[in-house]
Design a protein around this ligand. Structure first.
Ligand code: SD4
Length: 342
């Protein structure tokens, strides 16, 4: 049973919980959740307050379903690495999410090409880029990490590696996405900088801390819709879309990958946390670096999400509209990130 409550929180800290907050899981059954002790108040606290562990956070509203799947692993004492893989597989398999995996919008030539990476508590990492016809790039990225001496495989090599390891080849272009592409072809307007409030651009990135206090992260996407064939964004690039350091925390990204890559955003945010910044301030500084070097920042969306190893959460974006999902034993919430005020 899920208890649905609406939260409207005015906050000097800037993260306003505006959407529907879904509180309640098996342990809350029959009890009214206590908002003043719950997730929201701790997240909106100016310095951030540690949330109860284990904990999983992810980008956008499709993160709610992904968090739930990750939580099934975390609540039983499972490993954060398994949680972040299983969590984003839900999104990869969902044809209604048009920016990740199966049903993702294609490049301008009609090919669905996928980017993904994963990183564990020991600093091991795996990634795949420009992968076609494989529904679960996150699991291929994990195989690259665990079964090869390498970090990254791309294109045909990645696809052959996946098939050799038993991943089925599938057509990932759904009828709905094919129709959207055909519609786009009528104008063929090349606009890779569109803000991420456009539903075509919603990568899932996920971070988790397990009961052993270990961190892991994952990221998976079909990338910018109608991109040039062969274009690869930040999502498979360790340090850009994702970085995990078990001594400090973890960070991940969504939005226009070129901006994230040029500022090595997730690595930057983890290093800022290492120097003592809260996750919230570190995410804000990551966004400030992009805004500062980019006169056209109003046309660009990037959103960052971070946790430190104590369980403090931060999120910040350029344009209003970036949402993130946070789950622990107290509930599974969708929150609006604070945005840059030009
Ligand atoms: C990319 N970062 O390919 C991805 C797209 C994205 O929300 O995150 N959209 O650049």
């Amino acid at each position: 049973m899920t208890t649905r409550r609406e939260f409207l929180i005015g906050t000097g800290a800037g993260i306003a919980a505006l959407g529907t907050a879904r509180l309640g899981n098996a342990q809350d059954l029959g009890q009214r959740p206590e908002p003043e002790l719950g997730l929201i108040d701790k997240i909106v606290h100016p310095q951030g307050r540690p949330l109860r562990l284990p904990l999983v956070v992810s980008t956008w509203d499709h993160g709610l379903a992904a968090n739930q799947s990750a939580w099934e692993i975390l609540k039983d004492g499972g490993r954060a690495l398994d949680a972040v893989e299983q969590g984003v597989r839900v999104t990869e398999a969902d044809p209604e999410v048009r920016s990740v995996g199966y049903g993702g919008l294609p490049d301008r030539e009609g090919n669905v090409t996928l980017d993904s990476c994963i990183m564990d508590e020991t600093g091991n990492a795996g990634s795949v880029a420009f992968l076609q016809n494989i529904m679960h790039p996150i699991s291929v990225a994990r195989k690259v990490m665990e079964d090869t001496p390498h970090v990254m495989l791309v294109g045909e090599g990645a696809r052959h590696f996946a098939m050799d390891n038993g991943f089925p080849e599938e057509d990932l272009l759904t009828e709905k996405s094919r129709r959207t592409w055909k519609e786009w072809l009528k104008t063929s307007e090349y606009k890779p900088w569109a803000p991420a409030s456009d539903p075509a651009h919603d990568t899932i990135s996920m971070l988790a801390i397990d009961k052993q206090n270990n961190l892991s992260g994952s990221c998976t996407t079909s990338g910018l819709a109608f991109k040039m064939h062969g274009r690869v964004g930040d999502s498979p690039i360790i340090g850009a879309s994702l970085f995990v350091d078990n001594e400090v925390g973890a960070a991940c990204a969504t939005g226009v990958g070129e901006e994230v890559m040029k500022t090595v955003g997730s690595f930057l945010i983890v290093e800022l946390m290492r120097q003592g910044m809260s996750p919230q301030k570190a995410c804000r500084e990551g966004i400030r670096r992009i805004v500062a070097r980019n006169p056209d920042w109003r046309d660009v969306q990037v959103g960052y999400l971070a946790v430190d190893r104590s369980g403090r959460v931060g999120a910040f974006c350029i344009q209003p509209g970036f949402q993130f999902s946070v789950m622990n034993e107290q509930g599974n919430l969708l929150l609006d990130a604070e945005h840059w005020e030009g």
